[in-house]
Write a protein that binds this ligand. Structure first.
Ligand code: HSE
Length: 440
């Protein structure tokens, strides 16, 4: 059978990895897919770069629409990124009857409903393994491997840049700003790292996983998102003393009231495997009712790791593209007419536990007042750590840090009590609140 023909939009790092791996492993990939897979056309505004990446025998063009218009192309790989022109090109490729493979988490988390509906109507596949956690086959695991389960929750370290920064902050006791600069110098963080450090990239990825886990539409606009920019080195140190590490987690959880969908720094018990995922690595823990807890770990970015996911999608499409569209694996794991209307909960309705740090006046009655207000709000304390004033503020200091770990509480209740605590004259600085996940 003649090879399936693929057109590539965007000849950057991942595109280059895709060429290399397809070429290196072409025989094995063909034996798995049942026929050859060839990238025969590449579009990139930088044609010289595209020519270098593609090698001989591949048609290089500047205009992506030339690829989409080519009737010989069966699959279009979109590696442009962003929501702008990429969205238009993906919709045009679908309209032209092409299957699409994309690594574009931002596009699918924000416009997925429209894109999947267009693909469904046209009977083509939109595959996006590379969009979440790079080389880790987490989409395949959630959508197919765990299909017997009622998935209860998942939590992941799904942004390598922030995990690298947090690992460095912990290892070296440095603050966020210093480590970010170093990460940029070493190429671990982009020149404009906003999407990574503000938790947006992780928000896109957890939105996609949540949709697949629970059969709900993609709803990035309902996700609660906080990044790591406000984390202080001293909180990482105190967390460590209490047996925890701080990680930026993407979390989604099914509850009786609805679905939690959130990204924020979290204390994780140091003994959990997830707490020991260091540097730029990614990992996702998924809990299903039948299987229990499972863990997926690997490289979340990079040329060949991401190409590994792109090519897995090419093979899937090659195997399935002659199948009746109604019998293919649904884009979001559940059939479009069987999606759930479980609502995404506002953050105030989320129930979790908390790390609180209060800079207080070191005088009689302060601890009693603080714990009294928590007790009145029905918030139960799990542990308290109080540092010596001298250690916190230097010799003769009259201030100290009070660190409190709570049991589970409703976020809205915690917000109310934090406002009361903040108003106390003995609370001297803005209270630090970091959520805590036991992941048990
Ligand atoms: N910038 C991402 C990260 C990789 O740091 O993990 C692509 O989503």
């Amino acid at each position: 059978m003649k090879p399936i023909q693929v057109g590539l939009l965007g000849a950057g790092t991942v595109g280059s990895g895709t060429f290399k791996v397809l070429l290196r492993n072409q025989e094995e990939i063909k034996r798995r897919a049942g026929r050859g897979i060839e990238i025969t056309m590449v579009a990139d505004l930088d044609q010289a770069r595209a020519r270098e990446v593609a090698g001989e025998g591949v048609r290089v063009v500047a205009d992506a629409r030339d690829v989409i218009a080519n009737p010989d192309i069966d699959i279009v790989i979109e590696l442009i990124g962003g929501y702008g022109v990429a969205k238009q090109l993906v919709l045009e490729a679908i309209a032209a009857g092409k299957h699409v493979v994309t690594a574009n988490k931002a596009l699918l988390a924000v416009h997925g409903t429209e894109i999947f509906a267009a693909a469904h109507a046209k009977g083509v596949m939109v595959a996006f393994e590379a969009a979440v956690a790079g080389g880790i086959p987490i989409i395949k695991a959630l959508r197919e491997g765990l299909t017997a389960n009622s998935i209860q929750w998942l939590a992941g370290i799904i942004n390598g840049t922030t995990n690298f920064i947090l690992s460095e902050m912990r290892d070296k006791g440095l603050d966020f700003g210093t480590v970010l600069k170093e990460a940029q110098r070493l190429g671990y963080a982009e020149a404009d790292p906003t999407f990574d450090i503000e938790g947006v990239d992780a928000g896109h990825k957890v939105t996609l996983m949540s949709a697949i886990a629970f059969g709900i539409p993609v709803q990035f606009d309902k996700a609660h998102i906080e990044g790591i920019t406000k984390l202080a080195a001293q909180d990482i140190k105190y967390a460590e003393q209490l047996g925890y590490r701080i990680k930026l987690l993407g979390i989604t959880k099914r509850t009786a009231q609805g679905v939690e969908l959130r990204v924020h720094p979290s204390l994780v018990p140091s003994k959990r495997l997830l707490a020991n995922v260091e540097g730029a690595m990614n990992a996702v823990v998924v809990h299903g009712d039948a299987v229990g807890t499972t863990l997926y770990y690997g490289k979340g970015a990079g040329s060949e790791p991401t190409a590994s996911a792109v090519i897995a999608d090419l093979v899937d499409i090659t195997r399935l593209h002659t199948a009746d569209a109604a019998h293919r694996v649904p884009h979001l794991a559940f059939h479009p007419d069987a999606m759930s209307d479980l609502k995404v909960l506002p953050m105030a309705e989320v129930v979790t536990s908390y790390y609180l740090r209060l800079r207080v006046a070191d005088q009689a009655g302060v601890l009693a007042k603080v714990t009294g207000l928590l007790a009145t709000a029905g918030i139960s304390i799990d542990a308290v750590l109080q540092r010596e004033a001298d250690e916190v503020g230097g010799e003769g200091s009259t201030q100290t840090d009070l660190i409190i770990l709570t049991h589970d509480a409703r976020e809205g209740t915690v917000n109310d009590v934090l406002a009361e605590l903040q108003a106390l004259p003995t609370v001297l600085q803005p209270i630090v609140r970091i959520r805590k996940e036991e992941l048990s």
